[in-house]
Ligand binder design. Structure first.
Ligand code: UDX
Length: 470
């Protein structure tokens, strides 16, 4: 099939590349010439494991990148995968979606039926909105010359290719019989895993995968649009729940690792998304919970559970600062090292990350802050240029004469760090591990005062110079 993907961000680049990899003739369109130039040079405009292995073999063969919308006229399927940032009031800004719809409308050909697919996370009713904008721009009637389908993405950054090639489910929302037929054909090779053997030479994770085939779920457009928000908000609630449980463990003397494991053994609950953190963040959860909450409030049907999860999440960021204060008292003149700025490992995405809120507070309280992240420093710096902090190329440098090192993101390289060297650099060897990720026994043996979150039965112990009590 001829596939067009509008948007070369996280969703569009990965989706377009994956459809080309399973045999469709694919064109990625973006208004940013820099991203198009990168793609045409075989480089990924985003950091995502696997993309650099896949792109060079596809680009110029059956994957093309351009700033021109001409390819829309020849397309069977046009994905809209542009950004939907939050507005002040929390609702999604549909400016880029509307622009894309108008441009698609101007290029549509009357000689073929085109399926336009909303891949971006969009509020309920956007399928209808896009259809009416395309009708206006093209002069054609929806469901005669074209149809608009909702097909939300569920990919996680860092595992985006894995999630595209091995999805749990594919949700397709449409009431158009032609739309249904085209979408089934489009996804056939992906569901049946056609051509995965050849691809696995470049992407080893594609071979010998024993997971069940994706469930192909067809529904109406509004339900499809809601499924995306409902799923993301539910996951956010789940994380906030375990994070609050961690705080309760610290008060009552339980161990949240045991609590999460014991809860997760109930198959109705499951063990995923019960890992403690300084809060959920990133480009999806904050935006999607804000939109769901704002819309539910506007329509008089407030989602109180989501509201509580958002508030709980913000207080979780500050709980980390409170823990540091409990150890160091006044932060005036204290030096603090931060390991990890991205909202999770294996991504360069530093949008809406808790690191910004936590560092802002530490600085306000008088601390000097040094930071490190393996991939996210450039984006973090451009988004937070107001923060007076030192960016370190080496993670160990964050520990120089530091009174505390806080691990915010569980990058693998932090586990493998020379912690003995870190210990000798620090003024006060206190480590706060907000992901309960580091080898606490090893750190304590080196002489660190180590704290995780919710590990009350394993409470802060001090080996060494007796600066802090546990
Ligand atoms: C999420 C959804 O998982 C994905 O389906 C959707 O399409 C986009 O939003 P993503 O934002 O890439 O994906 O990140 P995810 O891996 O879900 O993590 C979200 C946040 O929750 C991160 O900050 C992560 O560190 C945090 N998290 C996740 C926890 O704190 N604990 C957990 O147990 C899991």
């Amino acid at each position: 099939m001829n596939v067009v993907c509008i948007g070369a961000g996280y969703v569009g680049s990965v989706t377009g590349t994956a459809f080309a990899a399973i045999g469709h003739q694919t064109t990625i369109i973006d208004i940013d010439p820099k991203k198009i130039e990168q793609l045409n040079g075989g480089k990924s405009p985003i950091y995502e494991p696997g993309m650099e292995q896949l792109l060079p073999a596809l680009i110029g063969k059956n994957l093309f990148a351009t700033t021109s919308f001409e390819a829309v006229a020849e397309a069977h399927v046009v994905f809209i995968a542009v950004g939907t940032p939050s507005k002040e009031d929390g609702t999604a800004d549909l400016g880029y979606i509307k622009l894309a719809a108008q441009k698609i409308g101007r290029e549509l050909s009357k000689d073929r039926f085109t399926v336009i697919v909303n891949k971006s996370t969009v509020p309920v009713g956007t399928t209808e909105l896009v259809a009416s904008l395309i009708e206006e721009a093209s002069g054609f009637e929806a469901d005669e010359h074209f149809t608009v389908v909702s097909n939300p993405e569920f990919l996680r950054e860092g595992y985006a290719l894995e999630d595209v090639f091995f999805p749990d489910r594919i949700v397709v929302g449409t009431s158009s019989p032609q739309g249904l037929q085209v979408m089934r054909e489009l996804y056939h090779n992906l569901i049946e895993r056609v051509g995965y053997d050849q691809l696995s030479e470049r992407l080893p994770f594609l071979c010998d995968r024993q997971t069940p085939k994706a469930i192909y779920f067809e529904t109406d457009p509004k339900s499809a649009e809601l499924i995306k928000y409902a799923a993301n908000a539910f996951l956010a609630v789940k994380i906030s729940y375990i994070n609050e449980m961690a705080r309760l463990c610290e008060v009552l003397g339980g161990n949240v690792l045991a609590v999460a494991e014991g809860m997760g053994l109930d198959t109705r609950i499951g063990k995923k998304f019960l890992q403690v953190s300084s809060g959920w963040s990133g480009s999806c959860f904050p935006k999607d919970t804000a939109e769901l909450l704002a819309t539910s409030q506007k329509y008089g049907s407030e989602m109180m559970v989501v509201k509580a999860a958002v508030a709980s999440n913000e207080s979780m960021h500050m709980y980390v600062v409170e823990k540091v204060i409990r150890q160091l008292q006044s932060l005036n003149g204290k030096r603090i090292g931060i390991l990890g700025l991205t909202f999770k490992p294996d991504t360069d995405d530093a949008r809406k990350t808790q690191a910004a809120a936590i560092i802002q507070k530490l600085v306000e309280l008088g601390a000097s802050v040094s930071v490190h992240d393996p991939q996210g420093m450039a984006m973090f710096q451009s988004l937070n240029s107001h923060l007076p902090i030192v960016y370190c190329h080496e993670p160990l440098d964050t520990g120089t004469r530091a009174d505390a090192v806080i691990l915010l993101t569980h990058w693998q390289e932090y586990q493998e760090l020379d912690w003995a060297a870190m210990h000798s650099l620090m003024r006060r060897p206190y480590v706060l591990d907000t992901r309960n990720f580091l080898d606490s026994a090893r750190l304590k043996a080196i002489g660190f005062a180590y704290e995780g979150l919710g590990l009350a039965t394993n409470s802060l112990t001090l080996a060494g110079d007796g600066v802090m009590g546990g």
